[in-house]
Design a protein around this ligand. Sequence first.
Ligand code: ADE
Length: 250
Amino acid sequence: MVIGIMGALHEELAGMLEAMPDERRQQVAGRTFWCGRWQGQEVVAVLSRVGKVAAATTATALIERFGVNQIVFTGVAGGIGQEVRVGDVVVANGFVQHDMDASPLFARHEVPLYGRTVFETDVALSSQLAHAARDVLADVGRHVQAQSVQAFALQRAQCHQGLVTTGDRFVSSSAECRALQQALPQALAVEMEGAAVAQVCFDYGVPFAALRTISDRADDDAHTDFGRFVTEVASHYSVAVLSQWLRQLT
Ligand code: ADE
């Protein structure tokens, strides 16, 4: 069993690589893939890059060139569900592309020739990730410095499971966020890669799961504190959740 781990952030990948001392690198399609063992599992870790096309290329290379049997994605997202706050975690149960619109030929958001709008994630894998995320959030002070727990009010952080929406835009205005909420009322979070990876995994029949830490509310303040949040919180969550999940597989 080879597990593909796609990280959206340099900081996350750095944390993982520190824990993979025997890793060896390989370059494919201009990307660096790190192959090694982590928590007793064979893994290939790679930066997804940003946006749907880049992420689809990365996922395809993981499957075609590295023969991964499953893919887990970790990164940050904007929270658009009413109850989804900065510092929460969303484990996706499916993805929809909010910028896919071939109407009137096909229904809005439907991916032409697939006959579907939503690409679901693997149920068992997602439930394992959600368990690991809940364990980490229940003891958040072990993974994140006290100062950051205070600053981002992480004591109340929760793990949600639900629909995540993807598009090639960083959503950073309250008006755009409202439009998204109206178009996709079930969506909990917005990001820029997940639906593309979900579609590639669907094509190849590879189980897929994704974990997103909420870094902003996709509104006029979306960029404030983004860098600080990624460094102080999201990167630590990812490493903690993934290592906890991998440990439970052994
Ligand atoms: N990733 C993190 N925050 C995001 C946002 N507001 N829009 C799109 N992708 C994101």
